[in-house]
Design a protein around this ligand. Structure first.
Ligand code: SAM
Length: 290
């Protein structure tokens, strides 16, 4: 089969600049036009949309975003790619390339400065896999002014983010993501459409940011501590896990009693609790702690 346009483009750019991709930076570049289209379509962009792209690489996705959006700000960590990106987008005044680490740059400021005049704002990215979860948690917990996040992640991560209570994939990242967003599976992407192919398949997911969480939580800090503790020790029942995570192994008896009073069987494990149950128990606990 003949080589696709993006594959040829990628090879050509890498050859011309004498570049070798870095595994340590999660550099697996997408080479299929139709997958790039699917990602952009899922973001549902229009002439009022602003996009923050994390890790533009050599701009394959950025090109598509530039066609659809009002403004694009792309943050790339690898300094070697900056001149390539600058050259590619020199004729696009609405595309800005920023050298930086997505874990460190002030994202509120970046969004305000570059996408401040856009009616809707989205993150669209093929995320570097070594840092997917921390980046996603940052995007959510900092409550950035976003409408949606469309990301390519490892298939296993996509499964976690979209899973239901009681399943193996359900974890604290699921609860946190579902607290802030409505996750939706977009498409599975096989490893062979990347250059170089990663070890695992990927998936595109769309996270629609909720205007407000679906459950009322009186003390958010405590809520996230309870969630993390409950999944911290997966094989432990709730009193053991919460006692270990929140009270240094103490107060097991009280936790058991509080769970019973809240109508939650203390023999249950964290992975069986729904978002509503976590919220209900945290509110209950919050009232009982000094
Ligand atoms: N967007 C391109 C594509 O779809 O083909 C490249 C995606 S590649 C999976 C991930 C990109 O993120 C790489 O270009 C890598 O250098 C960049 N990157 C890795 N860590 C980063 C970080 N902490 N902040 C910003 N970019 C990062």
């Amino acid at each position: 089969m003949a080589e696709g346009r993006i594959t040829t483009r990628t090879r050509e750019i890498l050859r011309r600049h004498g570049l070798h991709l870095k595994k340590s930076l999660g550099q697996n570049f997408l080479t299929e036009d139709h997958v790039l289209h699917q990602i952009v379509e899922a973001a549902d962009l229009d002439e009022n949309a602003g996009v923050l792209e994390i890790g533009p690489g050599i701009g394959a996705l950025t090109e598509h975003l530039a066609e659809e959006a009002k403004s694009v700000i792309a943050v790339e960590l690898d300094q070697r790619l900056l001149p390539i990106l600058q050259e590619l987008f020199v004729a696009y005044p609405h595309v800005t390339i920023l050298h930086g680490d997505a874990m460190k740059v002030d994202l509120h400021q970046v969004i305000e400065e570059h996408l401040g005049d856009c009616k809707k704002r989205h993150v669209v990215a093929n995320l570097p896999y070594y840092v997917t979860s921390p980046i996603l948690m940052r995007l959510l917990e900092e409550r950035l002014p976003l409408d949606s996040i469309v990301i390519m992640v490892q298939k296993e991560v996509a499964e976690r983010l979209t899973s239901e209570p009681g399943t193996k994939a359900y974890g604290s990242i699921t609860v946190t993501t579902q607290y802030f967003t409505e996750p939706e599976w977009v498409t599975l992407v096989p490893a062979h459409v990347f250059m170089p192919p990663p070890q695992v398949d990927s998936a595109v997911i769309r996270l629609k940011i909720r205007p407000k969480p679906p459950v009322a939580v009186n003390n958010e800090g405590l809520f996230f501590r309870v969630v993390r503790a409950s999944f911290g020790q997966r094989r432990k029942t709730l009193p053991n896990a919460i006692s270990a995570g929140l009270f240094g192994g103490k107060r097991k008896g009280e936790i058991t009693l509080w769970l019973e009073e809240a109508g939650i069987d203390p023999k249950r494990r964290g992975e069986t609790l729904s978002l509503e149950e976590f919220a209900h128990f945290t509110n209950f606990l919050d009232e009982r702690l000094d």
